[in-house]
Design a protein around this ligand. Sequence first.
Ligand code: PHE
Length: 338
Amino acid sequence: MKERIEQLKKAIEAFSVKTEKDVEQFRLQFLTKKSELNQLFADFKEVPSELKKELGKELNLLKNFAEETHRVHQETWSSANADAEKDLNDYTLPGYQSGSGNRHPLQIVRNRMTDIFMRMGFDVSEGPEIEDDWHNFSALNFPENHPARDMQDTFFIDADRSLRTHTSSVQVRVMESQKPPIRTISPGRVYRNEAISARSNCFFHQIEGLYIDKGVSFADLKQTLFQFVKEFFGADTQVRFRPSYFPFTEPSAEMDIYLGTGTEADYRLTKGSGWLEILGCGMVDKQVLSNCGIDPETYTGFAFGMGIERITMFQYGVKDLRTFFENDVRFLNQFASV
Ligand code: PHE
């Protein structure tokens, strides 16, 4: 009997449990009425009385061992516990750091510009990027089939609609819907059918401004722009106006700021002249005012428009305009502290 007890113990130890089903198998093999263990207890009655004490003790130990082993298997392999065993996550580990985002450089510059004009009393207006011919061209004095339309290569959608080529279209909408005094800027994305290069893209961003009231003069235009340049580029910035042409302003001008030719970058950017053109401007043409329902005998106004990319490139020394639209975080992260 002693031998049978030892063999059974070995068998219990050797039984390998790998699934929940094996646990049940274990129970069937070692713990039922038909099991060897039960048989041993039955045969125990036949054991001579002088051996009963010793063998009885061993048999009880074996029974405890079988039951305890079963309990451990059960605990380990019951479905819930098995799942818990598989969950090896250490919840005390510190989490992953997620980096904080930052504004896009074009947005930073746009916000700075908007801020300056808002302090001068301008409000902000927005309009649709898909425009009809009237708001983008006709109201602004571009006659049909007039070569002036070639100034801005246009993406046409159909005969009457195109992607806006400037945010002057927003100013038309403001003039049509509001009564002077009007003092507004219109920032936004515009589209032109141009070859993509380091210096130009088929879409870019503008801020245009409009001021209409009784007695607004070219002196007001100059003063507004001087104030802007002073605040944006610094108090000592030199400025010059050159006569220019736009169908919707008369007289028209372009404004340059002086960078000098001290560095190679400035030399290149200004094509050796030291002057960088930053905006177009002028007095709103009488015809445009009356197109939009404003009496040109009572009111006068000025308008100006500038590209945000160009000024951002100059401000941060960005050499290739395309980098603004590639969304390369290595480029964008450089503006994190601005
Ligand atoms: N709309 C012109 C452009 O996109 C800029 C401009 C605005 C010029 C207002 C004069 C007055 O080129």
